[in-house]
Design a protein around this ligand. Structure first.
Ligand code: G6P
Length: 367
């Protein structure tokens, strides 16, 4: 068993460290930097060229990837996207037509609610291109096209490398759609790709924070509640940060889009509820800074991620992780590494079963 874990104490830790490799494998063969072009041989573009709307359905961590995917697709391809939790989608009266592209996202390809959402949409005439990690799984078999994430087998119940490879697939697919629709010029695609290919190295750099994250986790494992805040591209990462902590450390955590803080969660802020802020450089940086100030004004404790060179959020935070400079669109990847390692260390320090948390299953194949 130790051999399977390649010397790591848990599968989850191994899988966190595999992310640079997993992302390289996932994007390989899908682009040419010289040409400024994206390729998706697995998707028959002719059959989806007239779509007017994209619907993403997923559960759990895969749903969080879908939320980021909406930003990518709307930003790069200008196609409207709705994102729904599969168990909600299937029990409302969702609208899909032959002008709808459904994108189910699933690591396992066997999640019962996601399969049901796929089948319903197909009946209504939607085209289906799924993002999936398991070759030959039910979702892969029933889709018109499959974009495979090449994360490799994910054993830890809490998803890590499957998540960031889903993000990478969505990022490239959004660029592909933007290229096909003529929204993006070759030069823009080249410049974006240039940042994307540097991402694995930047993730390696973030992984070097491991010890610092463990030290900070030590200070915080006694707390009973956490709030995670992010905006725009990193709002879904705030949700994911809270989910990871809940799943494996059993510490209660809420993830919120930071702008919603004043509509409720701010009432909870005091010395007993640390606030984890995703504060990397972005178009909403000043807004996040204001949220940090609001937390500090109420004696809250702030743990933040910031971009190298940051002055404001870092000076107002109690603890910060300094991340490499990257394209704003790619900051969710770097922030993900921090929240994953934080949850991992919290769980490990508490002596819990990191890879097999109580009451949870790797794949929810029945309702
Ligand atoms: C379970 C797992 C999660 C996963 C979710 C969706 O809840 O514990 O890690 O995100 O199912 O699974 P899927 O295989 O469809 O991505």
């Amino acid at each position: 068993v130790m051999a399977e874990k390649a010397g790591y104490k848990h599968f989850m830790l191994k899988e966190i460290y595999e992310q640079p490799r997993a992302i390289i494998d996932t994007i390989r063969g899908k682009y040419s930097l010289e040409e400024g072009e994206i390729y998706f041989g697995e998707v028959d573009y002719e059959t989806i060229k007239d779509i007017e709307k994209i619907t993403i359905v997923a559960c759990g961590t895969s749903w969080h990837a879908g939320l980021v995917g909406k930003f990518y697709i709307e930003n790069f391809a200008k196609i409207p996207v709705e994102v729904d939790i599969a168990s909600e989608f299937r029990y409302r009266n969702p609208i899909a037509t032959n002008k709808t592209l459904l994108i189910p996202i699933s690591q396992s390809g066997e999640t019962a609610d996601t399969i049901a959402a796929l089948r319903m949409s197909k009946k209504m005439g939607a085209k289906v291109v799924s993002i999936c990690n398991v070759v030959g799984s039910t979702i892969a078999r029933e889709s018109d096209g499959v974009i495979y994430t090449h994360a490799g087998p994910e054993i830890g119940v809490a998803s890590t490398k499957a998540f960031t490879t889903q993000l990478a697939s969505l990022f490239l697919f959004a660029l592909f759609l933007g290229q096909k629709k003529g929204v993006l010029e070759k030069s823009e695609i080249k410049s974006i790709l240039n940042d994307l290919i540097q991402l694995p190295e930047k993730i390696e750099e973030v992984l070097k924070h491991d010890k610092q994250i463990e030290d900070i986790a030590k200070e915080f494992v006694r707390y009973k509640n956490f709030l995670y805040l992010g905006r725009h591209y990193n709002y879904p990462i705030a949700l994911e940060g809270a989910l990871k902590l809940k799943e494996i450390s059993y510490i209660h955590a809420e993830g919120y889009p930071a702008g919603e803080m004043k509509h409720g969660p701010i009432a909870l802020i005091d010395k007993e509820m640390p606030v984890f802020v995703l504060g990397t450089k972005s178009r909403v940086y000043d807004k996040i800074l204001a949220n940090v100030e609001e937390v500090k004004a109420r004696d809250g404790i702030v743990i933040s991620t910031v971009t190298k060179g940051d002055k404001d959020i870092i000076s107002k935070s109690d603890y910060s992780f300094i991340l490499p400079v990257t394209l704003e669109e790619l900051t969710p990847f770097l922030n993900s590494i921090i929240i994953q390692l934080f949850a991992y260390h919290a769980s490990n320090l508490l002596g819990l079963d990191v890879d097999q948390p109580r009451n949870l299953a790797k794949s929810v194949t029945v309702e």
